[in-house]
Ligand binder design. Sequence first.
Ligand code: NDP
Ligand SMILES: O=C(O)C1=N[C@H](C(=O)O)C[C@H](O)C1
Length: 248
Amino acid sequence: MKIVLLGYGKMGQQIEKFALKRGHEISLIVDKDNRESLTAADLADADIAIDFSEPAAALSNISLCFEADLPVVVGTTGWYDHLEEVKSICIEADQSLLYGSNFSIGVNIFFHVNKLLAKAINPYKQYDVQVEEIHHIHKLDAPSGTAITIAEGILGETDHKNKWINDVVGEGDELIAKPEELLIESLRIEEVPGTHTVLYSSEVDQIEFKHTAHNRAGFALGAVVAAEWLFGKKGFYQVTEMFDFNQA
Ligand SMILES: NC(=O)C1=CN([C@@H]2O[C@H](COP(=O)(O)OP(=O)(O)OC[C@H]3O[C@@H](n4cnc5c(N)ncnc54)[C@H](OP(=O)(O)O)[C@@H]3O)[C@@H](O)[C@H]2O)C=CC1
Ligand SMILES: O=C(O)C1=N[C@H](C(=O)O)C[C@H](O)C1
């Protein structure tokens, strides 16, 4: 496939390596030198775009791909307040988009087991639940998209919580969650690629369910595999739809 990379930072550069290894061609890299002048015509020659840019850029990049009739895989997080709006536009305009807060296989298994765990613990009211995410200090959004997906997975299976709230440790006063609120605690530490933990605590014990990314390779390979999966399809998809264990 001829791939356009929208964003050429930490992720864009790793995605390029995996795309080339899997026999694809990078037909255009959009970075700070050409992004202001980019038009739909510049994308005409490509088969698919992969966007790992930044929260404020994702919506305009998606619009440009739709205008160019170009399927797009969106790994950028921090724009999910607009998800329903983008979904409607995508479907009405007969376009193709796949998005995911996390493309690694490990985290997608984690998403699946997280729901099973929440369902199993739901009858036992003595356990309170909290989500913790740790990322590098350059991250622009909080909570992480992955933490939001984890929290939504728990909210779908528990009777004890009705919404998530976010506390960024060290920013302002510490936020104390009400019993019905699911706290997502965000920590920013040096160059951590991404660590997510779900904690169930009772007076007598604690259950910890944790995923630690050692590097960004799993995210980057997953994004290329997602592009291969989306190519030739029409419609609006989430990365979870690529995995058989979610279809049961
Ligand atoms: N879904 C997943 O599996 C994963 C998602 N992510 C998400 O991907 C995004 C990018 O992460 P990461 O690569 O680490 O971040 P980086 O900051 O390293 O890279 C982002 C790049 O996007 C560029 N950029 C800014 N605006 C635009 C634009 N309008 N068009 C194209 N490029 C633009 C930035 O350029 P400049 O610096 O010049 O402004 C920067 O080079 C984040 O939202 C992150 O949360 C990250 C890892 C995994
Ligand atoms: O910004 C990052 O680095 C990451 N972002 C994604 C997120 O917000 O969940 C995925 C991964 O955790 C790394």
